[in-house]
Design a protein around this ligand. Structure first.
Ligand SMILES: Cc1cc2nc3c(=O)[nH]c(=O)nc-3n(C[C@H](O)[C@H](O)[C@H](O)COP(=O)(O)OP(=O)(O)OC[C@H]3O[C@@H](n4cnc5c(N)ncnc54)[C@H](O)[C@@H]3O)c2cc1C
Length: 215
């Protein structure tokens, strides 16, 4: 399960962080009872420290809880180093929010380069990297890095959004890789979609391309 802490109280004034932690604990317990794990989605950069702090707390009781790091943030390579330890599940994505230059790389090439640097740290480390990207170049690099650092299939995974590049999802899975698909569900899917569009207009292009493309 992927959870956005803003949906369970993180943004509330005052005790927001504590409320989010308590709610996230309840979700982690339910997930464990159902035989699955929770990953904390990462939102805009003003929430990164708070989300990583809640992650640290949650991992005391639920060490299987996963983190998300966003390659577009300048701080992320250092965060990868902190989190590349045994038992640590880390999803690396490019990042989906509109962020200022002071905290985030802006040119796409710089974001991609940062993604590769971060991926190296995670693949070399002893945690469990989760490669969340549809980018063919980055997926190929992830495979090469896994080989370079002697990672067996099952010690890392690929992740993509439901409906985006389904043929590639099948290809990776047929090759024996773990391929996880992110599926938004529930009644508020329309609000979710509109918020993603509002946060970054490029997301609109991303979703439209997925609608007209099967690859
Ligand atoms: C499982 C998952 C979880 C995520 N969780 C978070 C999160 O917690 N926080 C957050 O900020 N962001 C999250 N994201 C979103 C992420 O940050 C990116 O915004 C999103 O994945 C787009 O980036 P990309 O790496 O796929 O590459 P892009 O730069 O969007 O695309 C790169 C290339 O991929 C190829 N491509 C992409 N889509 C298609 C398509 N439909 N058809 C053909 N080729 C295509 C094209 O060659 C394109 O040039 C998540 C993404 C995934 C997959």
């Amino acid at each position: 399960m992927s959870v956005k802490l803003s949906a369970v109280g993180q943004a509330l004034p005052g005790d927001g962080e504590k409320i989010a932690l308590d709610n996230a604990r309840t979700i982690c317990r339910a997930a464990r009872n159902a035989g699955t794990t929770v990953t904390l989605d990462m939102e805009d950069h003003t929430t990164t420290d708070s989300t990583l702090e809640i992650l640290r707390e949650l991992r005391q009781d639920f060490p299987e809880t996963g983190a998300v790091l966003q390659a577009y943030l300048r701080r992320t390579e250092a965060d990868c180093r902190d989190l590349a330890h045994a038992g640590s599940r880390v999803r690396l994505c490019k990042g989906a929010y509109k962020e200022p230059e002071s905290v985030a790389f802006q040119p796409k090439l710089d974001v991609d380069k940062s993604y590769v640097r971060c991926l190296k740290v995670l693949m070399k480390g002893s945690g469990y990297p989760m490669v969340a990207s549809h980018d063919p170049r980055l997926i190929a690099i992830a495979g090469s890095l896994a080989d370079r650092y002697g990672r067996e299939q099952g010690t890392f995974e690929y992740q993509m959004l439901y409906g985006v590049r389904p043929d590639e999802q099948l290809r990776l899975s047929r090759e024996g890789n773990t391929m996880r698909v992110y599926v938004p569900y529930g009644q508020d899917w329309y609000g979710y979609l509109v918020r993603r569009m509002a946060e970054k207009p490029a997301n609109l292009q991303f979703f439209l391309r997925s609608l007209i493309s099967k690859k």
